[in-house]
Ligand binder design. Structure first.
Ligand SMILES: [Zn+2]
Length: 223
């Protein structure tokens, strides 16, 4: 178990960087330019963008990218701003398991399919659980590396909810590993970020990891 949770990531700068990513997305090219770029890639693949089956492909790809990368137009911190303070003093762990996500690796634009497990220890605020899932999507629907996404999710929850601790474990399969390169299907990568009491208190961390269950796979691979 602890072998597969091989990495505890520390990072403060990542959450702050999301603001500049949103700004750079504002300087985006036109739809026509995006479609022209897809045509170029079709030619690069060795096909003819003018043949019937590919005529609408650039437009479809552009629409698909709107969906794949909609996270650039979502402010993850704003998703958590509506909180509930009437918690009757609830201060036990809140855990969301198996939050499925689809992302894309920033090195190959290949899909990353996986799930996130998120927990926090409320201090004075709790948030609707669907909002935590939306934070996952806001970061997943960008070009990513799994390590960075793990830290971004944890830091955002930590900064906005100011809880006593945050734990995020992500396990995912990277298609840049399964369909190209080393061609190793069935490998999942596991990353984790522990903040506050999840980092300082081994009992709290163990409780979280036991509730999450043993991640499938477990080989730590970077691709
Ligand atoms: Zn990749």
């Amino acid at each position: 178990m602890t072998d597969s949770i091989a990495q505890v990531i520390d990072g403060k700068a990542e959450a702050e960087r999301s603001g500049s990513e949103l700004e750079s997305a504002a300087a985006r090219p036109s739809l026509a330019e995006a479609e022209a770029a897809v045509k170029t890639l079709l030619r690069w693949a060795g096909d003819d963008p003018a043949r019937e089956g590919l005529l609408d492909t650039p437009a479809r790809v552009a629409r698909a990218w709107e969906e794949f990368f909609s996270g650039y137009r979502t402010d993850p911190r704003a998703l958590l701003e509506r909180t509930f303070t009437e918690t009757e003093g609830y201060d036990e762990m809140v855990l969301l398991r198996q939050v499925r996500f689809e992302s894309h690796c920033e090195h190959h634009l290949a899909p990353i399919i996986g799930c996130a497990h998120i927990a926090y220890l409320p201090s004075h605020r709790v948030v609707g659980i669907s909002k935590l899932a939306r934070v996952v999507d806001a970061y997943a629907r960008r070009l990513q590396i799994q390590e960075k996404m793990t830290v971004q999710i944890a830091n955002t929850i930590n900064d906005v909810l100011e809880p006593n601790g945050v734990a995020v474990v992500i396990e995912a399969a990277h298609q840049c590993m399964t369909t190209r390169g080393v061609h190793k299907p069935g490998v999942s990568m596991v990353t984790s970020c522990m903040l506050g009491q999840f980092r300082s208190n081994a009992t709290t961390r163990r409780e979280f990891l036991a509730l999450v269950g043993t991640p499938q796979g477990g080989t730590q691979v970077y691709g």
